[in-house]
Design a protein around this ligand. Structure first.
Ligand SMILES: Cc1ncc(COP(=O)(O)O)c(C=O)c1O
Length: 425
């Protein structure tokens, strides 16, 4: 029998009844509930776990309907570079948590920052940014953006007067901060920066990847735009890359939504689904990992081989009170520490030794995982910066960064103790 003559199996889905739309949640729910529940309506199959729509395009009922949808005259999905139901669920959940009108998913955290700056700025615009942020963000704002005629002035993250002085009235369109910063956990006063930005008719964008909306909502403190590397705590288990920008409908849905359709920085539906499911445990992870991190930071402060510990939850952190106020009383799950050594070379060798002795902690640069990770920022996440940029960011050769996970805390402490003991105080 020729292949095409085989009888097709009976279609099982012909008469599936439409399940009532249970997606409409009552108003006033806590963000912790939204992290678990907020999503688009269930399909006609009534799936309990959110559906993964792994499709690049959508079948239209007729050419007229396709034309109306492509012209934005009719609601409906057309092509996944414009939107996708699983990505919409992720965006709705994140916007619900952040308390913003809209969110847009992107392929990575850097895609989110790229979408923001390329989608909102033009040649001749000026940006004021923190000089102690993640290395690729400094590279993007300082070098790549300059090729398109947008200049960035970098200032001390914590010196509000420096931000004020750097603003060029009429030209500065964006203030960009990360709080806490990667890797030194500098904390900025979001409300004070928002005031500065708004007095200058500029936007304030805040990278909230380190503490997530489970602990801190920058929009609540006045930020216009909030960016995420979803790769980190939002996802929580180091499986996929993702990013997002949150903000008002006008900025995010209209401006950035129109731009992403041309630019193609989109989040894949599969990755959106993984992060969406990860967010259901976000609050409990952030609380548990923050408490493990605080215990580890307090222990590290007592170690003679450690010169300094950077962690917002420590009373010794310069912005401790502000951090607790902005971050729901918790320090987050990332800390850094400087190991002692007489020269930069000795400090680098000591940092490498501590990292190399780890048998439980993963030697990897990602953070925000349930598995504790350890890295040497000067040669990895901040390795592409010039020595001058690295010094300005405060990233020395003796600096070690730890993203604290969910293992039994004493096992992690013992793992670090091994390397530190080998340094002989
Ligand atoms: C604070 C911060 N923002 C943005 C990024 C970039 O995220 P992604 O790796 O998802 O592009 C990172 C990555 O480490 C980060 O730590």
């Amino acid at each position: 029998m020729p292949l095409h003559a085989f009888q097709l199996p009976h279609r099982l889905d012909k008469k599936v009844p439409v399940v009532t739309d249970e997606s409409t949640l009552p108003p006033g729910l806590h963000a912790q509930t939204l992290a678990v529940r907020q999503a688009i309506a269930r399909s006609q199959y009534g799936e309990h776990s959110e559906a993964l729509y792994l499709t690049s395009s959508y079948v239209q009922s007729d050419a007229e309907s396709a034309a109306r949808r492509f012209a934005n005259e009719e609601a409906g999905y057309t092509y996944t570079r414009t939107s996708n139901p699983t990505v919409t669920s992720f965006e709705q959940r994140l916007a619900g948590l952040e308390g913003t009108e809209a969110a847009i998913g992107t392929a990575t955290g850097m895609a989110a920052i790229s979408l923001l700056v390329f989608g909102l700025l033009k040649a001749g615009d000026h940006v004021v940014a923190s000089r102690s942020m993640f290395g690729s963000t400094i590279k993007l704002l300082g070098s790549e953006l300059a090729r398109f005629g947008v200049e960035t002035t970098f200032v001390s993250q914590t010196d509000i007067q420096a931000w004020k002085t750097a603003i060029r009235p009429g030209t500065t369109r964006l203030l960009f901060a990360e709080t806490p910063t990667n890797p030194l956990t500098d904390v900025c006063d979001i409300a004070a920066l928002a005031d500065l930005a708004h007095n200058a008719q500029a936007w304030l964008a805040v990278d909230n990847s380190f503490v997530t909306p489970a602990l801190q909502r920058p929009s609540h403190w006045g930020a216009d735009l909030v960016v995420y590397s979803g790769t980190k705590f939002l996802e929580g288990q180091g499986r996929v890359l993702a990013g997002a920008v949150c903000g008002s409908r006008v900025l995010v849905e209209e401006k950035l939504g129109a731009f992403i359709r041309s630019a193609g920085f989109n989040l894949s539906p599969f990755n959106a689904w993984v992060v969406l499911k990860g967010m259901e445990t976000l609050f409990i992870r952030m609380q548990a990992q923050s408490s493990h991190a605080l215990a580890l930071a307090q222990w590290l402060e007592q170690q003679p081989q450690v010169a300094h510990v950077y962690y917002p939850g420590l009373a010794s952190h310069p912005q401790h009170a502000l951090a607790l106020q902005q971050q729901s009383g918790l320090g987050g799950a990332v800390l850094s520490f400087d190991v002692r050594g007489d020269t930069p070379e000795a400090r680098r060798a000591h940092a490498f030794q501590v990292i190399n002795q780890c048998q439980v902690i993963s030697k990897t640069t990602n953070l925000g995982d349930t598995k504790t990770t350890i890295s040497h920022p000067a040669s990895t996440s901040h390795g592409r910066l010039t020595e001058e940029q690295r010094q300005a960011a405060g990233v020395g050769q003796g600096l070690v960064r730890v993203s604290v996970g969910l293992e039994y805390p004493e096992d992690i402490q013992n793992d670090l103790q091994r390397g530190l003991s080998a340094l002989h105080g």
